[in-house]
Design a protein around this ligand. Structure first.
Ligand SMILES: Cc1cc2nc3c(=O)[nH]c(=O)nc-3n(C[C@H](O)[C@H](O)[C@H](O)COP(=O)(O)O)c2cc1C
Length: 336
């Protein structure tokens, strides 16, 4: 079953922020009239800017019994590889002071099983379906896209470039603008669908990798993936994760990633999707003010599996309280 984080500060913080941003209790499904939540990410029109992030929402369909998937702006499915992957040894997740570190090891059913078994159910919902794609070589990325190209019901691809490139000694594609260019160029040629490139946050200047993706024909960039991290059990002096290091996500990374969105927005013209530590409508507004057209919600699902759906309602209420009738007007609204 879905592991639910026990951490209290997470919940306390959310409760506090909700109390500030929306004094009335928000009921899921309530739709105040007059707020236009629609946003565009290039040619992709979303009914609202809230998208469930890859790896934190399964293949979407698992959540259908408890979440109204039709309410979401989109769903990014678990990262897909050419062959099924078993992932890393346990333990795979550890909670930290304000977030968590995961080392899932990109476990997934493989692109062919996704197309045959998951996608037919998922495409029945009225929400954008984004396929997250990764590989350990450029050829693998291209092969995954080729399989998906023949499948119906996919709105866009999200290219996860935070992946070790076996042809370059294991260096991540996303840490170097040249490697980023190469993988985006190959993916662009292989794909007729909109291509979103999910950037690594581990870069000196995010504008350089964002620009590399834009120059090779990406339709949008997604900022960002998790931050490499290590959590040690002081008593045993062993890592708390089976594969020693993992990726930090959740509230801890939000201010760092909001800054990355802001800096990228000054370097590129294509839309940005922001994610990292979003738990409340105020967090969504921060990302949009920094320059994001839409956002993704990840770790918050481990506290509340309905987090994305709840945020759609909370954002609507927030806009109404602020007399803001088009949510898209928030984009780049940071005041100097
Ligand atoms: C358990 C877990 C699994 C993840 N799996 C993927 C994945 O398969 N592909 C990917 O691009 N990102 C993956 N991510 C990264 C998230 O999509 C997101 O970029 C990151 O967690 C930051 O957002 P958050 O702080 O809202 O979680 C994963 C994150 C978590 C916590």
């Amino acid at each position: 079953m879905w592991p639910v984080l026990k951490q209290r500060p997470f919940l306390d913080r959310r409760a506090r922020l909700c109390a500030v941003s929306s004094p009335e209790p928000v009921r899921i499904g309530e739709r105040p009239s007059g707020v236009d939540l629609r946003v565009n990410v290039g040619t992709v029109s979303l009914k609202n800017p809230i998208i469930a992030a890859s790896g934190t929402f399964g293949y979407g369909v698992e959540f259908a019994p408890i979440v109204n998937l039709n309410r979401l702006g989109g769903i990014v499915v678990k990262g897909l590889s050419r062959e099924p992957m078993a992932g890393s040894p346990a333990p795979r997740m550890v909670e930290t002071a304000s977030g968590m570190i995961n080392a899932i090891g990109l476990q997934n059913v493989g692109v062919r099983a996704f197309v045959a078994e998951k996608l037919p159910k998922l495409r029945q919902y009225e929400t954008a379906i984004i396929a997250n794609v990764f590989g350990h070589s450029i050829a693998e990325y291209v092969e995954v896209i080729r399989v998906l190209e023949d499948a119906e019901g996919i709105t866009a691809y999200e290219l996860n470039v935070s992946c070790p490139n076996v042809e370059h000694g294991g260096a991540e594609f996303g840490i170097d603008p040249v490697l980023t260019s190469e993988v985006v160029q190959a993916a662009r040629r292989a794909s007729k669908r909109p291509l979103w490139v999910k950037l690594s946050p581990i870069v000196g200047i995010i504008g350089l990798t964002a620009k590399a993706a834009e120059s090779e024909g990406a339709d949008a960039v997604v900022i960002a993936n998790t931050y490499p991290a290590l959590c040690i059990d002081a008593h045993t002096r062993r890592s708390r994760l089976g594969s020693t290091t993992g990726g930090l996500s959740g509230a801890a990374i939000k201010p760092i990633t909001v800054r990355l969105v802001y800096e990228a927005s000054r370097a590129i013209q294509i839309p940005i999707i922001g994610l990292g530590g979003i738990e409340t409508s105020a967090d969504v507004v921060e990302y949009m003010a920094a320059g994001a057209s839409a956002v993704e919600v990840g770790t918050a699902h481990f506290v509340d599996p309905r987090a994305s759906e709840r945020l759609v309602g909370e954002l609507e209420m927030w806009c109404r309280d602020e007399n803001l009738f088009e949510v898209s007007n928030l984009r780049g609204s940071l005041q100097s």
